[in-house]
Design a binder for this molecule. Structure first.
Ligand SMILES: Cc1ncc(COP(=O)(O)O)c(C=O)c1O
Length: 373
């Protein structure tokens, strides 16, 4: 018997999750093909993560029940931080509950007196909310518009440029090569929120700067374990001195209960798998490329910029209608709100390493049918 999912449409865009998340997930007791979410490496259901979480819970219980700076630092927190530093090739790393808090934690250690903060117009709300409320020196520049950035940075002496590495809605990349050139010779740092780049982009999966082959001590990344790593929680990596500074100055870090055992156990396993299996991040890109080519072959336009996000061009068709049609065919592609407009003619598809060619073929065939109607 099917579950009763009749009420889900009032508040959420697909039936509730009732099984493990993956390219084929169980929603409302039924199997759906899943081209949504951010589980890019398809790790959330991996045995290593489940075993890591289970072992940690049976060892430590459900929670550490105290802040990191009092009695809540566990050996596995330290192990995860060491593992993330190894993954990033840095001296140290700091973990904290929720990637969303990363920009706030980062800025608490990065902002200097009189800094000008120039943020991309499509910056994620976690960047916007981290900006100081009182500062007059907070300036927006047009999304990925280097000329606008150049114009606005010109009169400024020192500060920070803040961008999404990969835009979460459209999937386009911040032009970091040009941003670095524009800020060269000026006392400006660049904060990259790499929630959607980490684990997917770059030769070692280290994110957008690595994708552009840029290493610079002017770049600071905020990252998450909730997307490509299939687990949960935020992290920042860097020099030991900088990470120690964040541990000292961030009240958000000091004042919150740390990641619980299950999450830490799963995250350690996730980082290990991501490092051991580089083919997973290659698969994400191969799948995205295959999807775009296949759509093109079927005369459906799509944009892709190299991440796990593909943007379907639906032109005049309402995204909600397309999304609901796909849902009826047991394919989950929720409509989302875009930063540039309410009716953008786009629909966001995400691919994972776990999608098969058959999954993608079925998606494209279904989309083509709908577009022919
Ligand atoms: C660009 C960006 N930054 C930060 C976050 C928050 O990360 P988390 O979900 O790990 O809290 C998200 C989540 O969607 C995001 O898209």
């Amino acid at each position: 018997m099917k579950n009763d999912n009749s009420s889900f449409k009032n508040s959420i865009r697909c039936p509730p999750v009732t099984g493990k998340i993956g390219p084929r997930g169980e929603f409302g007791g039924e199997e759906y093909l899943y081209f949504a979410g951010n589980n890019y490496l398809d790790l959330a259901r991996r045995t290593e993560l489940i075993e890591g979480a289970t072992k940690a819970v049976s060892n430590y219980g459900a929670s550490f029940g105290a802040g990191r700076t009092t009695t809540g630092t566990a050996d596995i927190h330290l192990k995860l931080e060491r593992k993330l530093a190894e993954f990033k090739g840095t001296e140290d790393a700091i973990i904290f509950p929720s990637g969303y808090l990363g920009n706030q934690i980062m800025l608490s250690g990065l902002i200097r007196d009189g800094d000008t903060l120039l943020y991309d117009g499509w910056a994620h709300p976690s960047i916007i909310e981290a900006l100081p409320q009182s500062s007059e020196n907070v300036i927006e520049f047009n999304h990925n518009d280097i000329d606008d950035l150049r114009k606005k940075i010109e009169p400024e002496k020192h500060g920070i440029v803040l961008v999404n590495g990969v835009d979460p809605s459209v999937g386009d990349l911040a032009p970091l090569d040009q941003i670095m050139k524009t800020t060269e010779g000026k006392d400006f740092r660049v904060l990259v929120d790499d929630a959607h780049g980490t684990g997917v982009l770059g030769a070692n999966g280290r994110g957008t700067p690595e994708h552009f082959d840029i290493t610079s001590d002017r770049i600071f990344q905020t990252e998450t374990m909730s997307k490509a790593f299939g687990s949960y929680g935020g992290f920042i990596s860097g020099s030991h001195d900088f990470i120690e500074k964040l541990r000292g100055v961030s009240t958000t870090y000091r004042g919150s209960t740390p990641l619980p055992p299950a999450v830490v156990g799963a995250s350690i396993a996730a980082v290990k798998v991501a490092m051991k299996e580089p083919q997973l991040r290659n698969r994400v890109k191969e799948n995205a490329q295959y999807l775009v080519n296949k759509l093109k072959f079927s005369n459906v336009k799509a944009d892709w910029y190299g991440s796990g996000i593909v943007n379907l061009d639906i032109s005049e068709r309402p995204s909600k209608v397309i999304s609901n049609h796909l849902l009826e065919k047991n394919i989950i592609v929720p409509y989302i709100h875009y930063p540039d407009s309410d009716s953008p003619g786009k629909l966001r598809l995400t691919v994972s390493a776990g999608h098969s060619k058959e999954d993608i073929d079925f998606l494209v065939d279904t989309i083509s049918e709908l577009f022919e109607e």
